[in-house]
Design a binder for this molecule. Structure first.
Ligand SMILES: [Zn+2]
Length: 80
């Protein structure tokens, strides 16, 4: 893994939640532009997050929601 990826991946979660400072957001955007690995991670998280958001708005079986959460936890575990 290239240097800088650790921080980028770490901040992606906060970035998606809109919980980071402007400076860190720019740093992530800059990193995502040149790092395909992190773009993949970002796309995965963004897709998962929107899937969860959709699930929360609609009548989705609780099992599916649990499965999504498990997926997310596994991804976080693999990322370290
Ligand atoms: Zn990276």
């Amino acid at each position: 893994m290239k240097s800088g990826c650790d921080h980028a991946v770490e901040y992606i979660y906060h970035y998606l939640d809109g919980e980071i400072s402007w400076t860190r957001e720019q740093r992530i955007r800059w990193h995502l532009r040149r790092c395909r690995d992190c773009v993949g991670a970002y796309d995965f998280e963004a897709g998962l997050k929107s899937a969860i958001a959709r699930a929360a708005r609609t009548d989705v079986p609780p099992e599916l929601f649990t499965r999504l959460q498990t997926l997310l936890e596994q991804e976080i575990g693999n990322g370290s």
